[in-house]
Design a protein around this ligand. Structure first.
Ligand SMILES: CC(C)(COP(=O)(O)OP(=O)(O)OC[C@H]1O[C@@H](n2cnc3c(N)ncnc32)[C@H](O)[C@@H]1OP(=O)(O)O)[C@@H](O)C(=O)NCCC(=O)NCCS
Length: 193
């Protein structure tokens, strides 16, 4: 099955600091959202978090991710490359995102003045607390700190809710692409390692 994807990007903006909410929605004033490089040992837990999100999406009838499509090995490779980042709260994994600076195939050969986000995911127990938005802001700050002027990612074209989410975060569409599963790429997903 092919999937139509939309490239979205946002231009560099001032850094905002976001606080990490507790699972019950309360925010402890001292807990800033800290994005940290993942260790190789965390790869399995990140894969499990993604699978849990994939099951949640499927249960909602959203065609996007499938459980098991990105296994622990892919996350190990991302961690070894320094591209896998996580948020830990009280030692527990709360969210993850892949940040790359190489020229991803799906955006063409020119990486441009951009950093690329893949596989942003939160622990579903922390949904509706704003954690994902906080992680997005921290990932962008990581991109700005590397002197890149744009943050980019891909969404499934049919998923208006997700696109609206990114538009509310300052992103706008800049292109479309049909994704062939045989290429190992997937909108709103992550590239093969
Ligand atoms: C996207 C994500 C990181 C946002 O985290 P967050 O800012 O903490 O926000 P929430 O999880 O509370 O979700 C906010 C809203 O977006 C919706 N949403 C989240 N992911 C969605 C998706 N893939 N498709 C459609 N809607 C989605 C939620 O249902 C919620 O909708 P509501 O406000 O109508 O209830 C998180 O929802 C997530 O892990 N989603 C699953 C994985 C995913 O789609 N990642 C994006 C890859 S590009």
């Amino acid at each position: 099955m092919t999937l139509d994807g939309v490239h979205v990007e946002r231009a560099r903006a001032g850094r905002q600091r976001w606080r990490v909410p507790e699972a019950d929605g309360t925010v402890r004033p001292v807990t800033l959202c800290m994005l940290a490089p993942a260790t190789v040992d965390e790869a399995s837990a990140v894969a499990e978090m993604r699978d849990a999100a994939a099951r949640w999406l499927l249960a909602k009838g959203i065609q996007q991710w499938r459980p098991g499509e990105v296994g622990p090995d892919a996350f190990v490779a991302r961690a070894e490359a320094g591209e896998l980042f996580v948020v830990r709260v009280d030692g527990a994994l709360a969210a993850a995102v892949v940040i790359t600076f190489a020229g991803p195939v799906v955006w063409g050969s020119d990486p441009g003045d951009a950093g690329y986000l893949h596989g942003l995911v939160i622990d579903r127990r922390r949904a509706a607390t704003g954690l994902g938005r906080a992680v997005l802001a921290e990932a962008e700050a990581h991109i700005w700190a590397r002197d890149r002027g744009r943050a980019r990612l891909d969404c499934v074209a049919a998923n208006r809710r997700l696109q609206a989410y990114y538009e509310a975060a300052g992103y706008h569409p800049v292109g479309k692409q049909t994704f062939d599963p045989g290429r190992g790429w997937h909108p709103a997903g992550m590239p093969p390692s």
